[in-house]
Structure formats: structure tokens, C-alpha cells
Write a protein that binds this ligand. Structure first.
Ligand SMILES: [Zn+2]
Length: 216
């Protein structure tokens, strides 16, 4: 696909001009020369007016732009027809491009705490009112494991206080309306809680056994 050309020649003159593609004047050449009753040549002549050649760049730019815009318009029309064929509501089509635009800007869970809350909520919804503590702990532990070291630090900062994700989740679950069953929190013993959370990261309780046996 190329911009089409056509040529004008005045009967008496040897020089051949381009048509006035830009202003579409029948009695003018592209270079601006006035022509009297010119003959239109279809085939490209060996020599064309150099002033016309200079203006050709401008014509080509305009032509390509118009061609591109027409292609875009045609594509948009095809999209609309495609949606109609796909069974979508025609009324919704006109709204669709405007609705689609902001989607990438919509904030997905922004902070790690938001993501943790989302994860927690997804878990809680699987239970009717009461979430077993071990499920909460396992799920949030898995969530935490999927984070990088830096991300875990940020998450801990977002949690604040002592930065314990599991503890935050237990509180958050209660706040969202679920009861956490078999939670160390119910024992209302912070030390016991700490023992629980520490156990999650530490090796077997050899120390305890040794302490127990050290008496004999
Ligand atoms: Zn010319």
C-alpha cells in the first residue's frame, strides 16, 4: 500500500507536475504552479518537477495519517460489531470503552496487610462463624512464606506492635465476625501464645525433654 500518484502535463511544456493532492485544485500542480488545461498522465514519467517532489513528502505524511486513522476507525467499528455478534447489549457497547479505561488503575490490595486481610477473609468464608486456629495459622503461614524477606519486613511494619502476623489475623478474624476456636488467645495467656508461635519456626522440643529428665 502506497500513496497514489497522478501526473499533470501542460500541452506546450516538457515538465510534468504532480497533481495538487493537498488542496485538490484541478488547475494547480502540487508545487503551486498554475496549469492551463493539463493532460493527466497515469504512468510515471521519467522526470517530474523538482518542486513537486519536495512537496511530495508532505502529501505522503498526510496520506499515511489519514490511512491510519481510517484503519483505526474501521477497527473500532469491527469491535462494536463483534461485541454485538457476541451477544452483548448494544447500549453497553458505547459505555464499554469508558468503563474499561480505569480498570488498570483500580487498586488491587495495595499493602501487604490488605493482601493478608484478603487471604484471611477467603479462609474465614469457608467456615460458618468459627475458624479453627490451626487452619488460620497454616493459611497465614503459607501466605507469609510466599513473601520475600523484604516484603515480610514491610508486612511486620504494617502490622505494627510486635509484628506478629498470626496474632494480628486472630484479632482481625474476630473483628470481621468469626470466632477463632482452639486459639491460644482464648487461654488469655500471652506466654502460651508466644510458645505456640515460636514452635512454628523451631525444631522439636528437645530442651523440654532434657529439662524433664535432668532431675534424675
Ligand atoms: Zn511542480
Amino acid at each position: 500500500m502506497e500513496p497514489p500518484h497522478s501526473y499533470l502535463q501542460q500541452a506546450s511544456a516538457a515538465v510534468v507536475h504532480h497533481q495538487d493532492y493537498l488542496n485538490h485544485r484541478q488547475d494547480h500542480a502540487l508545487c503551486g504552479a498554475m496549469l492551463e488545461a493539463p493532460t493527466v498522465l497515469d504512468a510515471e514519467p521519467p522526470d517530474v518537477c523538482p518542486d513537486c517532489e519536495v512537496k511530495l513528502v508532505e502529501y505522503h505524511a498526510v496520506w499515511w495519517r489519514e490511512t491510519a486513522l481510517a484503519a483505526v476507525a474501521e477497527l473500532e467499528e469491527l469491535r462494536v460489531r463483534y461485541r454485538e455478534l457476541a451477544g452483548e447489549d448494544t447500549a453497553a457497547d458505547t459505555e464499554a470503552p469508558r468503563q474499561e479505561a480505569p480498570v488498570p488503575d483500580l487498586p488491587e490490595p495495595v499493602t501487604f496487610l490488605d493482601r493478608a486481610r484478603k487471604e484471611l477473609l477467603e479462609l474465614c468464608r469457608q467456615f460458618d462463624g468459627a475458624v479453627p486456629y490451626f487452619r488460620l495459622k497454616n493459611t497465614m503461614q503459607a501466605f507469609s512464606d510466599r513473601l520475600g524477606t523484604d516484603e515480610r519486613v514491610i508486612l511486620a511494619e504494617e502490622i505494627g506492635a510486635d509484628g506478629s502476623l498470626i496474632r494480628w489475623c486472630a484479632t482481625e478474624a474476630e473483628r470481621l465476625g468469626w470466632t477463632v476456636t482452639n486459639s491460644p488467645v482464648q487461654a488469655e495467656n500471652e506466654l502460651m501464645w508466644d510458645a505456640w508461635t515460636h514452635d512454628a519456626y523451631q525444631a522439636p522440643k528437645k530442651t523440654k525433654w532434657r529439662l524433664g529428665r535432668s532431675r534424675d
